[in-house]
Design a protein around this ligand. Structure first.
Ligand SMILES: Nc1ncnc2c1ncn2[C@@H]1O[C@H](COP(=O)(O)OP(=O)(O)OP(=O)(O)O)[C@@H](O)[C@H]1O
Ligand SMILES: [Mg+2]
Length: 345
């Protein structure tokens, strides 16, 4: 599925359409957009009211006739037309005019590792609607590995874990190609949901989405694995009465609730390692796992993985930007030509 480096070098812009955030890299200009993949639509007129941060702020606060939608779900574009409208608005008129001036506009996009032909087609159609004559697809795992500076072209194993909002992808790479990979449909959203469900069933409290992050931070001091502060205070709405209420939440219970989705991620790592030839696994014992993607910042996740796998675990610098920056490196032709052929996966 992955295009050759030569084809990627001819692309003018690259898009990482994620379940949570959309990022656009323009050749020569760098990362120009990093906004939530959200659009607010007026259901009476069909008009687009807002996109990105503004639409995200409207979530849960709109009157009946305004609907906040997410055209990307589970890493796949599910509403092509809405995704095009959102991207058009995010990119803005000025940048779009600049791009359209190119005689044969070419775009690159990263798609999840096991994206089926339908998902690939949806990504291509979305960018064709923006005026691209040709669209090159790149495996997110390869893009992220390049973006975080892993020596993917070397004949030794490197392990990458892309912790997105909708899914977690794990891969072992060597000589610029993916040796073994797994995609687990559990990401940051599943972790947030586990916390919301816990509060609902144990404390009969509906938690506003903005409150999940402070609760995660309460776990932070001592991580997910060991004893942190005993409890933390949180505001929400009572399920029965509808009134605002404040409860003290036991951090151990939150840690326990988060453990369930994370077990699936650990299983994914195990399956990837089992698929891998023993020589490569030996390399990984020293080198360890590189975590990228926004959910890599989940407080204490790295500690938990370190403890569960016994391998070194590193978090990339600006982990959420690795995939789009990897695409950028490919567009700018900053990758050693040795990976050119093996990249043709
Ligand atoms: N500091 C943080 N602590 C915990 N989680 C975080 C933090 N920052 C971002 N996240 C989580 O990271 C996720 C977004 O990550 P990212 O931007 O990589 O997703 P995406 O690329 O849109 O998703 P996907 O690749 O699955 O389509 C969200 O679920 C968000 O809750
Ligand atoms: Mg992503």
């Amino acid at each position: 599925m992955t295009a050759s480096l030569e084809q990627l070098r001819r692309c003018h812009f690259a898009v990482d359409l994620g379940a949570a955030r959309t990022r656009v890299y323009v050749k020569g200009a760098g990362l120009v957009i990093d906004q939530p993949s959200t659009a607010a639509v007026n259901t009476r007129t069909g008009a687009l009211m807002a996109v990105g941060e503004l639409a995200e702020k409207m979530t849960g606060r709109t009157p009946d006739y305004i609907r906040v939608v997410r055209p990307v779900s589970g890493g796949t574009v599910v509403d092509i037309e809405m995704a095009q409208r959102m991207l058009r608005q995010l990119i803005g008129d000025k940048m779009r005019r600049t791009l359209r001036r190119r005689p044969r506009l070419r775009a690159a996009a990263c798609v999840p590792h096991d994206a089926d032909p339908l998902a690939q087609r949806a990504a291509i159609e979305t960018l064709v609607g923006l005026g691209a004559r040709r669209v090159e697809l790149v495996d997110t795992l390869l893009a992220a590995a390049v973006g975080c500076g892993l020596p993917v072209e070397q004949p030794e194993a490197t392990m990458i874990m892309v912790c997105g909002a909708a899914a977690t992808q794990v891969a072992v790479l060597s000589l610029g190609a993916i040796v073994a990979a797994e995609r687990v449909p559990v990401g940051g959203e599943a972790v947030d949901n586990a916390i919301v469900q816990l509060l609902r069933y144990q404390h009969e409290l509906v938690l506003p989405s903005q409150s999940v992050r402070p609760l995660q931070l309460a776990l932070h001091d001592n991580g997910l694995t060991s004893q942190g502060p005993e409890s933390t205070e949180i505001h929400g709405r009572d399920v029965a009465t509808g009134l605002a209420r404040c409860v003290r939440v036991d951090t151990a219970a939150v840690r326990q609730a988060i453990q369930t989705p994370l077990t699936a991620v650990l299983d994914g790592i195990g399956r990837t390692l089992r698929e891998c030839p023993p020589d490569l696994v030996a390399d990984l014992v020293d080198r360890g796992i590189m975590m990228v993607g926004g959910s890599a910042l989940l407080p204490g996740l790295d500690q938990m993985l370190r403890r569960a796998t016994g391998m070194p675990v590193h978090i990339a610098e600006r982990p959420e930007l690795c995939a789009v920056q990897g695409l950028g490196e490919m567009l700018e032709g900053r990758i050693a030509p040795i990976v050119l052929d093996p990249l043709r996966a």
